[in-house]
Design a protein around this ligand. Structure first.
Ligand code: FAD
Ligand code: NAI
Length: 466
């Protein structure tokens, strides 16, 4: 068996790369160690979490929002088993979609663990232990990431869970303690709070969502607190006693001091993810890793070994599905002699809570640190007509534009549908638009996206509805 390209891993990076390469005329195979295609994102990440976020949001709306609109349905009852089935069916539809696309594009799939023997040679070991060698001109490693472990704490995926276990709980925990106020902590914390859990989030730093614009973090924290989530900032979990019926969690101030004991039925560890290269044989093949275990690549996704490339969560950059996908397309195009490229300055980041939180480009803190003079235009959803009638007035749009040229450098949105609205900001930034370009673009009325237009006008201090 000999191919132009073998892709190891079928997450959003790997499967998209394989499809693009096949479109460009290459003979392509993928290698996947799991039983289904789609990687973390489709099986235990983006897709199942969004299914539970959607269903739990509607559950909450039925309980609290419907009556005020004149819809009387009584107190909604939770059938968690059916909600989990709804999620599983969504996952199933998506992973089958990838299998269909592989067939359609004549991509061969090898089910088994891939090991890079050397440039041009991948050994695949199936569940039965039988190994076969696959030969190829190029190899793309797209093996993704795995949950970061908390020192001294064992994840059993029953009571002490990672995101994977938190997506499959068969009972709503009375008390859920989340370690880490990052994306997973807030998304899955929101799911279980809506379904009835008392949620406390313990965060090492003095703020939620580190890395995002400070104002976005502060406002988001207030909104989550209003919804009933409790935050314990500047604190760390140092141990869990699971000998009793209830977990006893030791929590210490981040910079040292006396520990306190907190009770929980379930602890969710969500302190980040680490690149996954286990069993790939990279040492033997001579592929270099950095000090955080990521595969080192150049601007063209090439590792230090000719013919071996890497993309997605296993290399540097934000661990996001769309970043992995874009890298998959770019490396396939580069292998075909085209000019594949990813613009890392314009990668949107969305947190699918309610309201959603979305950003693209630079935060105010990043611009200040870089000494870039900017103007900020901000518009609250309380002043947007559609948000008012929908009663989704929490949040704002903030646009940061270069003080001299008016070029848009960053857009930050907290609000219903922020994840959809951020796409127009990304396109504007990709086209090097000015805030005035965004403001003078006709936006349909009444839409939430008019708040984007108004924030763009606010950069020049001339928003109409404020
Ligand atoms: P992965 O999706 O991790 O895929 C890697 C694949 O490689 C896996 O299928 C694995 O089995 C396979 N593999 C590994 N080693 C081998 C081997 N030796 N041989 C064969 N196969 C191998 N991102 C977003 O953009 N939006 C979201 O809403 C979002 N939600 C998330 C929610 C959760 C709970 C989690 C955990 C993550 C979420 N992410 C989200 C992040 C997103 O899932 C990742 O960024 C994305 O999956 C990375 O894609 P990838 O192709 O690099 O790797
Ligand atoms: P994260 O990096 O978003 O957040 C981790 C949080 O844990 C940070 O706030 C960090 O300060 C904190 N922390 C670290 N060590 C700690 C400790 N010992 N005690 C207390 N707090 C500690 O990581 P998370 O939430 O695990 O998600 C992993 C990645 O998955 C994300 O970075 C993102 O790339 C991806 N993801 C993306 C989603 C999306 O796009 N909507 C959804 C879910 C995950």
């Amino acid at each position: 068996m000999s191919y132009d390209l073998v892709v190891i891993g079928t997450g959003p990076g790997g499967y998209v790369c394989a499809i693009r390469a096949a479109q460009l005329g290459m003979k392509v195979a993928v290698v996947e160690k799991d039983q289904t295609f789609g990687g973390t994102c489709l099986n235990v990440g983006c897709i199942p979490s969004k299914a539970l976020l959607h269903a739990s949001h509607l559950f909450e709306e039925a309980g609290h929002g419907f009556e005020g609109m004149g819809i009387k349905v009584g107190k909604p009852k939770l059938d968690l088993a059916t909600m989990q089935k709804f999620k599983d069916e969504g996952v199933d539809g998506n992973v089958k979609g990838v299998a269909f696309l592989f067939k359609k594009n004549k991509i061969d799939a090898f089910i088994g663990a891939g090991r890079v023997v050397a440039a041009g040679k991948v050994e695949v070991t199936g569940a039965d232990g039988k190994a076969q060698m696959v030969e190829t001109k190029s190899i793309v490693i797209a093996t993704g990431s795995a949950v970061a472990q908390l020192k001294g704490i064992t994840i059993d995926e029953q009571r002490v869970v990672s995101s994977t276990g938190a997506l499959t709980l068969d009972k709503v925990p009375g008390k859920l303690l989340v370690v880490g106020a990052g994306v997973i902590g807030l998304e899955l914390g929101s799911v279980w709070r809506r379904l009835g859990a008392q949620v406390t989030v313990v965060e090492f730093l003095d703020r939620v969502l580190p890395g995002m614009d400070n104002e976005v973090g502060r406002q988001s924290q207030r909104l989550f607190e209003k919804q009933g989530i409790t935050f314990k900032l500047k604190a760390k979990v140092t141990g869990i006693d699971s000998s009793g019926k209830t977990l006893k969690v030791s929590v210490e101030p981040a910079d040292g001091g006396a520990a306190e004991s907190m009770e929980a039925d379930v602890v969710l560890v969500a302190i980040g993810r680490v690149p996954y290269t286990k069993g790939l044989g990279l040492e033997g093949a001579g592929v270099a890793l950095d000090n955080r275990g990521r595969i080192v690549t150049d601007a063209h996704f090439a590792t230090n070994v000719p013919g071996i490339y890497a993309i997605g969560d296993v290399i540097t950059g934000p661990m996001l599905a769309h970043k992995a996908e874009d890298e998959g397309v770019a490396v396939a195009e580069l292998l075909a002699g085209q000019a594949g490229h990813v613009n890392y300055d314009v990668i949107p980041n969305v947190i699918y809570t309610f309201p959603e939180i979305a950003s693209v480009g630079k935060s105010e803190e990043e611009l200040k640190a870089a000494g870039v003079a900017y103007n900020a235009g901000k518009f609250p959803f309380t002043a947007n007509g559609r948000a008012k009638v929908n009663r989704t007035t929490d949040g704002f749009v903030k646009i940061l534009a270069d003080a001299k040229t008016d070029r848009v450098l960053g857009v930050h949105i907290v609000g219903a549908d922020a994840g959809t609205m951020i796409a127009e900001a990304a396109i504007a930034m990709e086209m090097a638009a000015s805030a005035e370009d965004m403001a003078r673009t006709c936006h349909a009325h009444p839409t939430l996206s008019e708040a984007v237009k108004e924030a763009a006008f606010a950069v020049a201090k001339r928003a109409i509805h404020m």
